[in-house]
Design a protein around this ligand. Sequence first.
Ligand code: PLP
Length: 402
Amino acid sequence: MLAQRISLLSGSGTAAAREAAQEAAAAGRQIIDLAAGEVITEPPSSVREGAIAAIKAGTNRYTDSIGLSPLRAAVAEKLSAETGVGWNTEDIAITAGAKQGLLDAALAVLDPGDEVIIIRPCWPTFPSQVVLAGARPVFVDACPPTYIPDIGTIRAAVAPRTKAIIVNSPNNPTGAVYDRTILQAIGDLAINYKLWIISDECYSSFVFTGSRHESIVMAHPGVRSRTILVNAFSKELAITGWRLGYFAAPREIISAAKKLQTHTTSNANVIAQHAILHHLRVADGRFERQLHQRLSAARNAGLRILAGLQGVSPPAADGTFFFYLDLSRLVSALPAGFPIRSTDDIARLLLNEAGVGSVAGSTFGDVNGLRLSFGAPPDLLESGLKRVVETLTSLKTRTAAA
Ligand code: PLP
């Protein structure tokens, strides 16, 4: 008999979508995978060289549980340059991806019965980790077309047991990038109600409209003492499988993570730590610029194709590498008794008929959405999106014939 907590965890909808696409491909079908939460490209040569050098040097020992001190220092320097807020080595913990940083944060600040405000649609790991920590997720819906939450609705969700709010900008899945106004309002609210802010900024390098990504600690410097700023190299350097992330936080949280990681993973993989340290020392930012350019071009090309959709507003895709379609009008126009009733059915149809992997919004707590990644290789992206447009357009003819 398994522990109760396992039944409280949702499966990973994004992983399930990826596995469905892989199964179909393994069965010999030509599948274009627009479900993956990663950019399909090779990692920078500096990262690979750093890993090879560490292996050749025979590197094999445990590190401090929160990472090599020079790496923590290099991350502090990077984060200081990016945010304009000064960070020191002691403010940084190295983690096995952002996921571990987020779990550390949840385990460090939440007691059983606490509540955590999560803005929905949301990446499904947020509520699952809150549940793992024995606390309760309280959802606040952010609505299309902007998917920027309303501060009044967030305030209405605050209750005596509210301990934290999770902010994820640029946002997975919606691609929303929170501006200074909403970040400052969330910051004020956190100060007024003494809440922790867990700020997941994993997609900070991928903003395509307006100005650069703004961290909540830049928008509202007053929240620094109550913010756990989580980030990772996973997406920025296209090394999701290497498992290297970090967070910046008040010292008490760093000490808590040191204990937590000692008793869980010991330390993030030592070779990956050396690889990133080498990258941070020698790289000139060219890889990051080229990746941004590629994604920006993919976004523009994709938006041109998606403009062909009828009854579906073009997605904003201000940040991340996801197009998030609001299919509410399309779904509500489907007649009763028609076999396709939901965005889950649409995702299945796209996979089975069009050979395109996508992620239905139900994965993110939103019955109306559909997420398509533009991190796929550009030629595949183009044909994949064309098939999506054709398939969604064909629904109209099919319902008329039904
Ligand atoms: N946070 C968000 C919002 C994500 O979308 C993901 C991965 O998809 C992660 C964190 C996990 O990042 P990592 O692979 O660095 O653990």
